[in-house]
Write a protein that binds this ligand. Structure first.
Ligand code: ARG
Length: 549
């Protein structure tokens, strides 16, 4: 019999390592992929999954924990070479790279991929836009045929060389080069909005069948050459993904063996958690890692009474973080947070600017002192934006409101659909202002595992937008903005980490964000899975490393 490695083993080691090949790896998911188009996706699990199909200039090592954030040249022969103070970056492609039809991969295919994902905000606008800003190809408007030649600031002096000429220095270009939008796309195969149905493979598998919302099947790509690939091994001979399954049914499938992994990587449902944790054998097959997100809520510094810093600080102190943690299932659901940066990133250093007491329930005396300083000793009224379709978040908002009521802050919890949350409600400052919504529930993970990738979108004053806004505190602090620019240009990892930590402290001083939980997931690894590890790059099982017996 298989000796079951213990609980949490895949967080620090490779569980059931094996070089066995063959078998079918079966994944299941409640929803569909956001998009299998490498130029149009944002969800971490999709990026993780896309490593089966597409190769990027640079990728993450397949290793547990922090080591999974290590950068490895993928299509490129080596990590990027920078010159010109970090403004110019050169990548040289490996020899012998081929698309699934056997045709060679050229630098122009990578350039085209980056170009197409930089245009057409309404068709291919769902991925991060860092390249667009850095390459100076900002274009907002209706979709248009991508410029065949791509941005002139991305040069291809020969078939294997790609030169990025950035508008300003960016030291972490290798991290951006891990993003799926550096996956080569042959121009002749680009079907625009439909490309997601059949992206052309450069990885170990190709898409044999994909019916959105129902099923995807991957089969070996005959033109993937393992000799050119430093991270991927083709273990399973087939991969199936069952999509559109009810949440509890996904859990049932895991427990009865119909599925090996829940693709979403968020972990099992609360009732399944209880059942698993009560059974020593099932329990030994679980991992409870930090996901790399921080659950936070924001107070808009431009919406009364939160334009007064003392009101924001009163809320910081009056927050019952212990009750909010309970809404997520207690310690299994995460650790109480006191910093914006999660513990999984360089630059995280523990500190607690607004301690809420040993038991985490709040410091009401400190809160009352802040209310007095604000000239509102009896409290005030406000509203909280939350999403009931993210039930735990909604329950956390209710726990927040109950905590605040203890000092006379009356906060009404409002429910909004998560689909339009950023476009029309929480991410729309005018809407919040008009409705007097001062508190916005939120959760954030790094776009790429780095302080810049975590902090820039939520704290840069220049990132405040009328719609899709993620700097919900509407903080525009010149010192923070400058530090973000300095960190972006800084290539010394030690100094970089110091900068991210400094920004974390400054933002907490402004009190616009209340971090309350570093969430954890309860992941179940089916006994048939091989080579299971939780990667620090995506905070879930590393799919491309995995096999099945
Ligand atoms: N920053 C985004 C969020 O918090 C994405 C985070 C995870 N996705 C990713 N591709 N790394 O929703």
């Amino acid at each position: 019999m298989d000796i079951e490695p213990g609980r949490n083993a895949a967080i620090t080691s490779v569980v059931r390592p094996s070089d066995e090949t063959g078998g079918t790896l079966r994944l299941a998911r409640t929803d569909d992929f956001d998009s299998l188009d490498p130029g149009n996706t944002y969800y971490a699990y999709t990026w993780n999954f896309l490593r089966f199909i597409g190769r990027t200039l640079v990728t993450f090592d397949t290793a547990p924990g922090k080591a999974g954030q290590r950068l490895v040249p993928d299509l490129a022969e080596s990590l990027g070479e920078s010159s010109d103070g970090g403004r110019t970056w050169t990548y040289r492609l490996r020899e012998g790279l081929r698309f699934e039809d056997g045709s060679p991969v050229t630098a122009a295919d990578v350039k085209y991929a980056i170009a197409r994902s930089n245009y057409g905000s309404d068709v291919l606008g769902s991925g991060p836009m860092y390249f667009r800003h850095l390459l100076g190809t900002d274009y907002q408007g209706p979709w248009r045929e991508p410029d065949v030649d791509g941005p002139v600031t991305l040069e291809t002096p020969d078939e294997r060389t790609l030169v990025f000429r950035l508008q300003r220095p960016f030291a972490a270009l290798d991290l951006l080069a891990t993003m799926p939008n550096t996956t080569p796309v042959p121009r002749s195969a680009d079907t625009g909005a439909d490309y997601r149905l059949r992206p052309v493979s450069t990885g170990p598998y190709l898409i044999a069948h994909y019916e959105p919302g129902k099923q995807a099947v991957l089969e070996p790509n005959p033109h993937w050459d393992p000799a050119t690939d430093p991270v991927r091994k083709r273990r399973a001979s087939r991969i199936t993904v069952t999509l559109g399954v009810a949440p509890h049914e996904v859990d049932e499938m895991l427990l009865d063996g119909r599925a090996h992994v829940d693709l979403a990587g968020f972990g099992v449902q609360p009732s399944t958690q209880e059942r698993i944790l009560a059974d020593p054998v099932l329990r030994s097959r679980t991992d409870n890692p930090l996901t790399g997100f921080t659950w936070i809520y924001c107070m808009s510094s431009r919406i009364p009474p939160f334009d007064n810093i003392h009101c924001r600080r009163a809320v910081q102190y009056a927050t019952d973080k212990a009750a909010m943690q309970k809404a997520y299932g207690g310690p299994i659901g995460g650790d109480i947070a006191t910093t914006i940066l999660p513990p999984t990133l360089d630059g995280y250093e523990p500190f607690d600017r607004y301690p809420v007491g040993e038991d985490g329930t709040g410091d009401l005396e400190a809160a009352r002192a802040e209310l007095a300083a604000a000239g509102m000793p009896d409290g005030f009224r406000t509203k909280i934006a939350a999403r009931k379709d993210r039930l735990k978040e909604y329950r956390a908002a209710e726990a927040l409101a109950a905590g605040l009521a203890r000092v006379g802050i009356e906060a009404e919890v409002l429910d909004f659909p998560s689909g339009d949350y950023f476009e029309s409600y929480g991410g729309c400052p005018a809407y919040l202002r008009e409705h007097g919504i001062g508190i916005i529930m939120f959760g954030w993970g790094a776009d790429f595992p780095d302080g810049y990738g975590f902090l820039q979108q939520i704290l840069d004053g220049r990132a405040i937008k009328p719609r899709g806004n993620q700097n919900m505190g509407e903080l525009d602090d010149p010192e923070i903005n400058e530090l973000l620019d300095e960190g972006a240009a800084c290539s010394d990892p030690v100094r970089r980490a110091q900068i991210w930590h400094r920004i974390d402290r400054l933002a907490m001083e402004h009190a616009v964000i209340v971090p309350y939980l570093y969430p954890r997931s309860l992941l179940y690894r089916a006994p048939e899975t091989r080579n299971v590890l939780v990667t620090g790059s995506f905070g879930m099982y590393d799919y491309v490393a995995m096999g099945a017996s």
